[in-house]
Design a protein around this ligand. Structure first.
Ligand SMILES: Cc1cn([C@H]2C[C@H](O)[C@@H](COP(=O)(O)OP(=O)(O)O[C@H]3O[C@H](C)C(=O)[C@H](O)[C@H]3O)O2)c(=O)[nH]c1=O
Length: 177
């Protein structure tokens, strides 16, 4: 695994070491020791799978309020997604900055997101799936989010969403920093 930090602290692209042979390919997608050695200690508490039928389905942007902040390791085992991370940590030098990454099985990349970073994605093709390793438990009462079209962020999306949940449409706007 190769770890590529970004300008948002803790948002790290993890490039997989893919072994190929006549049958296809094999790659380790998580290693606790390598994560710790990279300064990203991670204990898997829960794992989730998201299946998305329509192209341009949008989910997010979600995160959990402290003390229930949830580090995540996100991957796209099927289809492809435009994956967005937004730093929602007021004390971060990258507060309210966003980054986007295209993830797919061919990207041979998983994405580490620290606590306090909102996460969302838009599918780029039908029947795309997203897999999550979660470093903290789901606590519905601590769940919060940011709107995909939040004016204060100006996130670039590849398309207008085809499907968005009512909850995701109705997060409060952030207003001035
Ligand atoms: C997140 C979660 C949800 N649920 C239940 C609650 C609902 O009955 C159903 C769908 O939940 P929700 O609409 O919040 O699912 P997503 O919109 O895909 O949420 C996820 O999407 C964004 C992009 C993320 O990064 C988060 O991991 C996660 O919030 O699954 C659970 O039972 N456990 C869970 O951990």
């Amino acid at each position: 695994m190769r770890f590529e930090p970004t300008r948002i602290p803790g948002v790290v692209l993890i490039r997989l070491d893919v072994k190929t042979d006549a049958r296809g390919a094999f790659a380790r997608t998580f290693c606790a020791d390598e994560m710790a050695a990279a300064g990203l200690p991670f204990t898997v508490v829960q794992a989730n799978l998201s299946r998305n039928t329509a192209q341009h389905t949008l989910r997010g942007l979600h995160y959990q309020r402290e003390p229930h902040g949830e580090p995540k390791i996100v991957s796209c085992p099927r289809g492809s997604i435009w994956d967005v991370a937004v730093d929602m940590r007021p004390d971060s030098p990258a507060y309210r900055q966003w980054l986007a990454f295209e993830l797919s099985p061919m990207s041979d990349t998983v994405l580490h997101l620290p606590t306090g970073v909102a996460h969302g994605f838009m599918t780029l093709e039908p029947d795309s799936e997203v897999h999550y390793l979660m470093g903290a438990a789901y606590v519905p009462g601590a769940a919060t989010g940011v709107r995909w079209d939040e004016p204060a962020l100006g996130i670039d999306w590849p398309a207008i969403p085809s499907v968005v949940s009512d909850a995701d449409r109705h997060y409060a706007l952030l207003g001035a920093a």
